[in-house]
Structure formats: C-alpha cells, structure tokens
Design a protein around this ligand. Structure first.
Ligand SMILES: [Zn+2]
Length: 228
C-alpha cells in the first residue's frame, strides 16, 4: 500500500495512476474549506479542527472494497463509506457497473461531508438517515439522478408525509428525499436554519409550522422548482 500526504488528507492506495490520484485529491482539497466553513460552529463547539489529516483509502476494485468494509454480498451501488473518521472508496478508475469515474469523484466528497457532519454534531445521539444522506448528497452536488424519484412522486401525486420521510433509510429514499429536504431548507430558509434544524430536529420548533403545513409548503416548492 502506498501513501500520499496532502494538506488535509492521507490517501492510501494500491498503485493508482497519477491522474486518478490527482482528481481524488482535487475533489477533496477543493471541498475542504467550503465544508469546514459551513459547519464551522459545530466543529468549534466540539473542538474538532480536522487538522489531523483525514484518512482516505482507495481500493483497486469492488471486491477488495467490499472485503475491506466487511460487508457480505453488498449491493454494487455501495462504492464508498465513511466511518470512524476514515473514508473508503472503490477506485474511480475501476468503480464497477453501477457508477463511473466522474460520479466517484462526487462520492468521495459525499463521504467527506459525512466525516465533517459527524464531527460537527458528535454530541448528537443520532442523525437520521434522510438528514445524514441529504446533507452528504446536497453538499457534494449529487443532484442529478436523485431528483427523479422525488419529481415522479410530485408528478404522480404520491408525495410522502413527513413521518414517512423521517423514517426513510438508504434503500427506500433517504438520498433523494434527504437531498430535496436539505435543498428546500437551504433555499427557502437559509443555512443557519438548516444548522439549527440538524441540532433540534423538530419541524414545529424550528419552522414554527405543523408537520402537515411544512409538508404542504415543501411540496408547493417542489411543484414550482422540479416540474417544468
Ligand atoms: Zn452517504
């Protein structure tokens, strides 16, 4: 295994070509200041400065990656993880059938968002999956593709209520609805309100609206922005 040390990351890899390494490093270093600034207050409160470099391991293929994350028979769309402060991804140069090179460069940023959010909110018991995946997807600009599920639900008059969204997991909508939720809160209420919401996770308290009125207003926003 080889190690590349950059300003804020240790990149461990098994002989990646230099262009792939450069692209991964640029994706991560290019996001570092932006993400640390967004979550600065939480990072400060938890006394995390991320100056200890974040570890990133790039595995040469899906099989090696799945072995490393200790996941038996995983679906092949699992191509990156972030746990214990360590990012693991399959190589963008050989990512398997479910993704491609450019998308892997957003996956590595998605995983880094998880690292930053987990550090900034380390004292919270739990960040539910719709919120955790919504933040990671939104702040790594993974909008394309994720919007289809939500757009179709809006179009088909099949939009879920808030309690359904709160209970979503990664296999039933947490990415798409989480992304749409975070986008809505940031666009309509601003980043400070989003940060307050991550802390409190109470629609009624943060937005001063009932769940159903919030849901109606969110849906109206989606009709306006997602439907042509
Ligand atoms: Zn994620």
């Amino acid at each position: 295994m080889q190690t590349l040390e950059t300003d804020h990351f240790y990149i461990y890899h098994y002989g990646e070509d230099s262009q792939t390494l450069l692209d991964v490093v640029n994706a991560l270093e290019g996001s570092f200041t932006r993400l640390v600034n967004i979550f600065a207050a939480g990072l400060e409160a938890n006394k995390v400065d991320l100056s200890e470099r974040v570890k990133v391991t790039i595995y040469p293929n899906q099989q090696a990656f799945h072995q490393a994350i200790n996941y038996h028979n995983p679906p092949d769309w699992i191509v990156g993880t972030a746990s214990g402060g360590h990012i693991k991804i399959v190589s963008p140069a050989n990512p398997g059938p479910s993704t491609n090179y450019d998308r892997m460069l957003t996956v590595v940023v998605h995983e880094f968002v998880h690292i930053v959010v987990n550090a900034a909110y380390a004292t919270l018991h739990n960040i539910p999956e719709y919120l955790s995946e919504g933040l990671a997807s939104y702040y790594s600009f993974q909008a394309r593709g994720l919007q289809n599920l939500v757009r179709n639900a809006v179009k088909d008059n099949n939009f879920p209520d808030m309690n359904t969204v709160f209970a979503m997991n990664t296999s039933n909508g947490a990415y798409s609805y989480g992304h749409a939720f975070v986008e809505y809160v940031v666009e309509e209420y601003g980043t400070d309100t989003l940060l307050e919401y991550i802390q409190k996770q109470r629609i009624e308290t943060v937005f001063d609206l009932s769940l159903s009125v919030f849901n109606d207003e969110w849906l109206a926003y989606l009709v306006k922005t997602y439907l042509p």
